[in-house]
Design a protein around this ligand. Structure first.
Ligand SMILES: Nc1ncnc2c1ncn2[C@@H]1O[C@H](COP(=O)(O)OP(=O)(O)OP(=O)(O)O)[C@@H](O)[C@H]1O
Ligand SMILES: CC(C)(CO)[C@@H](O)C(=O)NCCC(=O)O
Length: 314
């Protein structure tokens, strides 16, 4: 938070990034009298990732066969790398240094697709429920495997094992079943596999395209979820024939916010007015388990008496 201009010292500006910084600018202004200082989304993602990879010990890890292995990052040999941010959609960014990057690709089949299709197909009411369901599901019920096509055997000649998915959701063509006859957990599992596999594959192909050795996956879609990470890792392993490894970040969901926060550094700290916003909007903080709850005991012109937010600890 900072004074934007000396003349209007009561004005509050906060850094914000992503589409929300545009979409909700008027709402913040009207309800909270806060102006959003917009920072570029890709720039913030890269700033956040570079910061985490350099400053946080054991930030990056690989995940294969249920094993998490932390990766030592050599600061002098970090660039170039591919950053894959999986939010609603997916952005793939080639990072060459601090502030040096290019968004080289992306895909519209992302976290929003998983959640959107999952909601329609399973009637789940929230994302966590859908993710939880996928734990118990079996994707082979709906996915058409190579073995289903080849009478239970591998197609070894071209390196396809019987258990490789030949066609996501392919069994639904000939099963003659209605949606209600499939278990929501199997649907969720197939969906998660389809989306994660596809992202892993496109990421690897882009890394190959630019000769990049390292691929870091981030974004709120991953949420440290074992099966998601496992599927992405297997996809990268499969397509690269074991040459490349997918890496994940412990603070995967906060790159943009972190990058936006770090852009304050460029300005004088004298301008910060945290005390003002705290006076105007006092908050009380409490914790339970691994969550932090913040209640905004405010005189804000909101419908609710307080806002609850929870932050997962790592
Ligand atoms: N509790 C949750 N509620 C909703 N979605 C969640 C939740 N946890 C994880 N997700 C996943 O995170 C995705 C959104 O991620 P994120 O907030 O990083 O992206 P975004 O900023 O909306 O998207 P984009 O980067 O495309 O602008 C959702 O589509 C969903 O797959
Ligand atoms: C549009 C953004 C950049 C917004 O964050 C993101 O949702 C995204 O990268 N979508 C994928 C767009 C595409 O490259 O097909």
């Amino acid at each position: 938070f900072r004074d934007h201009a000396a003349a209007s010292s009561d004005k509050i500006f906060i850094k914000a990034t992503g589409g929300g910084a545009y979409k909700f600018a008027d709402l913040f202004k009207e309800k909270l009298e806060i102006s959003l200082d917009k920072e570029d989304e890709m720039n913030c993602l890269v700033t956040g990732a570079n910061f985490l990879l350099k400053a946080v010990h054991q930030e990056a890890f690989t995940y294969l066969d249920g094993q998490k292995e932390f990766v030592q990052i050599d600061h002098n040999d970090l660039y170039p790398y591919l950053l894959v941010n999986i939010g609603s959609g997916v952005s793939m960014i080639k990072v060459d240094g601090d502030g040096k990057f290019e968004r080289v690709s992306g895909t519209n089949l992302g976290g929003g697709t998983f959640w959107g299709l999952g909601r329609l197909l399973t009637k789940c009411k929230n994302f966590d429920e859908l993710l939880e369901l996928s734990h118990q599901g079996n994707n082979r019920v709906i996915d058409m495997l190579v073995g289903d096509i080849y009478g239970g055997t591998d197609y070894a000649k071209v390196g396809l094992s019987a258990t490789t998915i030949a066609s996501s959701f392919g069994k639904a063509i000939s099963d003659n079943k209605e949606l209600e006859e499939y278990k929501p957990e199997d649907i969720s599992r197939s969906l998660l596999r389809m989306i994660s596999n596809n992202i892993g594959q496109i990421s690897y192909l882009n890394a190959l395209r630019f000769g990049l050795k390292r691929i870091f996956f981030a974004g709120f879609f991953i949420r440290g979820h074992a099966y998601t990470m496992d599927t992405i890792s297997v996809a990268v392993h499969f397509w690269s024939k074991g040459e490349a490894k997918a890496m994940f970040l412990r603070h995967e969901g906060f790159l943009g916010a972190l990058g936006a926060f770090m852009s304050y550094e460029k300005q004088s700290l004298d301008g910060l007015m945290v005390h003002k916003i705290m006076q105007r909007f006092p908050i009380s903080v409490s914790s339970a388990g691994d969550k932090i709850y913040c209640s905004l005991n405010s005189d804000w012109n909101l419908n609710d008496d307080s806002i609850q937010c929870s932050v997962y600890g790592t």
